[in-house]
Design a protein around this ligand. Structure first.
Ligand SMILES: [Mg+2]
Length: 400
């Protein structure tokens, strides 16, 4: 099946679009761009998880707008680099949302396309955050530990007189863990004002409502009683995020927690939690790759949304070239397998006589498929230089 990936060049194009490029009020450009970028990242996240065959979409989608805001607008990290001692630090304590983070990293050039597409593969990107991957600041996924880690990092920045702040994303379900409350008290005691916790309050933990599993009570009162600065906003609305971050940047002497109200699965209508819970009783998009039909439907919905936003900006056809490139790549992968099999050189050992006709048939299909795509490219008048990188000549000459 075809997997759609929006290449990094498209993100650069959107990011560099001049003021007034997006229709409507010029002042709204910045937020419209971020909305578009977040949807583009959602599509890439969906595709990476589909390709991996597993991963967490619901949590990635609820946190996506916040992660885009942080890396595109709030933090100095990409500008300074991930080794700079004065950089802002971000990590997610819940960890399940890491496919979404990878897609933001890919959009910014922190990780390559090759690595991005190696989610949950040996030598690729981990299913839970791991510092061996570029841009990952803390191993996480063991719930309830993130604020403590963030405290240590913020303390260290103070001790060494370094710049930068520490942003920790948490889930809401993980506030059933006691360690959080030790960390809240300690951070307030030390007045750790460079520590900012953002709760992705999507109301769902795994596949059930948090309030049904272990109700958290009045969150604002709780955090205020621990001596924190408490803010609350819609975490899937860039206008609200802009306002709240502007406000917290003026706060000193206290750590801050922002309760961001979000929707699990945000961005794909049939993955958004209120609808799923109403229809199915359990939230089914917490973990696992979508089946082919769901992938196709989700991908179509996101692509349509992206294209509408681009059309508003007098653009269109964002990813045609790349979709075709991936079609060719998938033919190439099949072709290599078939070629090896025909030479009895496959990792799976010699091919049986029963399998041989099927493999030979596959060889014909692959050759025809590549020819079809190449003809299409020529007929579409797409300049050859644009995709030379992705197209490799097929060579089926037998080894001698
Ligand atoms: Mg949750």
């Amino acid at each position: 099946m075809r997997i759609n990936i929006i290449p990094r060049s498209e993100f650069v194009r959107v990011r560099q679009a001049p003021q007034g490029y997006f229709a409507g009020q010029a002042s709204g450009d910045e937020l419209k761009k971020l909305t578009l970028i977040a949807d583009m990242c959602r599509l890439n996240t969906l595709s990476a998880v589909k390709r991996a065959g597993s991963g967490h979409l619901g949590s990635s989608f609820s946190a996506m707008d916040i992660v885009v805001w942080l890396y595109y607008r709030e933090m100095n990290t990409v500008e300074f680099g991930f080794k700079h001692p004065d950089r802002d630090i971000y990590f997610s304590s819940k960890g399940h949302d890491v496919p979404g983070l990878y897609s933001v990293f890919f959009s910014l050039g922190v990780i390559s396309e090759e690595l991005f597409l190696k989610l949950r593969r040996l030598g690729g990107l981990h299913g839970h955050p791991d510092v061996s991957n570029p841009g990952i600041e803390a191993n996480s996924g063991s719930l309830g530990m993130g604020i403590s880690k963030g405290r240590g990092m913020a303390w260290s920045k103070n001790y060494w007189r370094l710049g930068g702040r520490v942003f920790v994303m948490t889930g809401d379900g993980e506030f059933q863990e006691g360690q959080n409350y030790e960390a809240l008290r300690g951070a307030a005691h030390l007045g750790q004002d460079r520590l900012i916790v953002i709760m992705d309050h999507n109301k769902v933990q795994s596949d059930k409502l948090v309030k049904d599993v272990g109700d958290l009570g009045n969150l604002e009162e709780k955090f205020l009683s621990f001596g924190w600065q408490v803010e609350r906003c819609d975490g899937n609305d860039f206008r609200a995020l802009k306002t709240v971050f502007k406000k917290i940047n003026l706060i000193s002497g206290k750590p801050t927690i922002i309760i961001t109200d979000t929707v699990k699965g945000r961005g794909v209508s049939f993955m958004e939690h209120p609808r799923v819970l109403r229809e199915k009783g359990l939230y089914k998009w917490h973990a696992g790759a979508p089946d082919d039909a769901s992938y196709a439907a989700a991908s179509k919905e996101l692509l349509e949304k992206i294209n509408i936003q681009l059309e508003v900006a007098n653009e269109g056809q964002t990813n045609l070239i790349h979709i075709i490139n991936h079609q060719i790549k998938s033919y190439m992968t099949k072709a290599r397998y078939i070629y090896d099999a025909l030479l009895n050189d496959s990792d799976y050992g010699p091919i049986s006589e029963k399998a041989r006709p099927m493999i030979e048939k596959g060889y014909t299909e692959v050759t025809e498929g590549v020819n079809f795509v190449q003809d299409f490219l020529v007929a579409s008048n797409i300049e050859k230089g644009t995709f030379a990188y992705d197209i490799q000549p097929l060579d089926f000459k037998k080894k001698t």
